[in-house]
Design a protein around this ligand. Structure first.
Ligand code: CA2
Length: 176
């Protein structure tokens, strides 16, 4: 959101059409590229984030990334996203996928559309990974496509946000 001053009138918020996307990474994802390449690939979190920010720049969008190992810090960042007028969230909640009602509640509270991303195919792994506290609230879920999954989620977000009108609603569409 930006403000515009004209003459003697008070500053008024002007909705920005520059898409603002937040990418959130949960616990241990800071270790990417160093261990468990069988499940999580060889790309580091920096590699992934840099590619997403660069794609955002090309598309005229602001892409911010944030990783934290603590549930409360991720919740605080989601609350901040609402104050920052973030339009779309891409989140890999990592192990909190399977445990965190609190993180789920934060996403429900801010009502920012989000895509859930997992590097590994959680349905091809241990049974305790098959349940997600996020999937039913998510616009969509990408699981098992490695780092490419984040790129696909961002492409979806950019396409979705391109179709906005100045008042924040979606133009009617025949197909995605
Ligand atoms: O596949 C995914 O992206 C997961 O969200 C990753 C989580 C796991 O608990 C979920 O079930 C699926 C684990 C992230 C741990 O990341 C590491 C990265 C490198 C080395 C060790 C752990």
């Amino acid at each position: 959101m930006t403000t515009k001053r004209t003459g003697r009138t008070a500053a008024k918020p002007v909705p920005s059409l520059r898409p603002h996307v937040l990418v959130l990474h949960g616990p241990n994802l800071n270790l990417l590229g160093s261990r468990e390449p069988k499940h999580y690939g060889l790309a580091t979190l920096d590699d992934i984030n840099r590619a997403l920010v660069a794609r955002g720049e090309t598309a005229g969008a602001q892409v911010e990334t944030y990783q934290h190992n603590h549930e409360g810090a991720l919740i605080d960042r989601i609350h901040q996203a609402a104050l920052d007028a973030v339009d779309f969230i891409i989140i890999n909640p990592a192990a909190y996928t399977h445990t965190s009602v609190a993180l789920r509640d934060a996403l429900a509270a801010v009502a920012i559309p989000f895509v859930e991303v997992h590097l590994s195919n959680i349905y091809a792994r241990e049974a305790f990974r098959h349940h997600s506290y996020f999937s039913d609230l998510a616009v969509g879920v990408v699981s098992g496509l490695g780092a490419h999954g984040y790129e696909l989620a961002l492409e979806y977000a950019l396409r979705h946000l391109q179709n906005r009108t100045p008042h924040g609603s979606q133009k009617t569409q025949k197909a995605h």
